[in-house]
Write a protein that binds this ligand. Sequence first.
Ligand SMILES: Cc1cc2nc3c(=O)[nH]c(=O)nc-3n(C[C@H](O)[C@H](O)[C@H](O)COP(=O)(O)O)c2cc1C
Length: 347
Amino acid sequence: MSADRKDSHLALCLEEDVELPSGDATGFAGLRFDHDALPEVDRAAVSTGVELLGRRLAAPILVGAMTGGTERAGELNRRLALAAARCRVGFSLGSQRRMLRDPAARATFAVRDAAPDLPLLVGNVGAVQLGDGVGAREVIRLVQEVGCDAFAFHLNPLQEAIQPEGETRFAGLMARLRAVVPEVPVPVLLKEVGAGISETTALKIRELPVAGVETAGVGGTSFALVESLRTEDPVQRAAGRLFARWGIPTAESVAICRRVLPGRVVVASGGIRNGIEVAKALALGADAAALALPLLRAAERSAEAAAELIARTVEELRTAMFLTGCRTVADLRQRRLSRVRDLTAEA
Ligand SMILES: Cc1cc2nc3c(=O)[nH]c(=O)nc-3n(C[C@H](O)[C@H](O)[C@H](O)COP(=O)(O)O)c2cc1C
């Protein structure tokens, strides 16, 4: 990824409207918990702590994969990592591809230098890079040079299709993943970037030796919109807008991944914006949830602002757990969600 491209993504995501227009694009608003007015648990006794990918977190939350590689990106990574460490939640790096050809870029990803007590650090590179000069040796380097606890390969065919310089050679990726994943010394996740993991994809992923997935479903940041704002080509621009809603809404993607991938980690992401949505994702079977764009915007202000947003989300999750009578996240994952429906229509 070129430095220019990374900085233009950052500028667009910080300054333009790159999320889907309001409405229930994620599918979470159409689901509700059974509110319990007699929860039989003290709010203070509710514990949001979990173990994820072998690491202990204060809440099932991660900072989503976003950035690194340029000076501005390095500073945002530092602030986000400080916020994650303070709140004892997970942190994901953006694509580390640049580290492979520019040794100076390492510093912008080496967040443990600033936040040594970060409980979970997830590395990242595009799966489509495999074969294009990136193999097991390079991925191992990316993991070791910054001390990752887990590593995510992103799957972004829609983004690449809209991007002017997009890499769309996706044929043969399954075989490359099958060969490289077992060589990676930490648990591996596969993630989308905003179009979601469908049942078709989840069934393929089931055949791969990965620890799990991150849904990054439809409903939040749209990379079709980001790329349509970035391109000068009117045809690509129109295509980006046309495909803005293409894909699987986050709530649906979480439910699919849980069903198709029993025993694997499912991280929910894509438009998750508050603790109620985190709670709903967990009730649908997710092990944790990641938030990207809102945390980037908060980190642009300060590390404190990002930490406050994480802390607020954790408190909202705690309240949702209290109101559904859950003492632990394991209890919450057993709770049922109903579809919001019009009762008068049934009368
Ligand atoms: C500025 C920006 C840069 C991103 N870069 C990456 C990346 O390098 N690798 C990746 O896997 N996902 C990347 N993403 C996608 C996010 O990890 C996430 O899947 C997506 O934004 C949906 O979550 P959200 O709606 O909470 O933003 C990026 C997102 C943003 C906003």
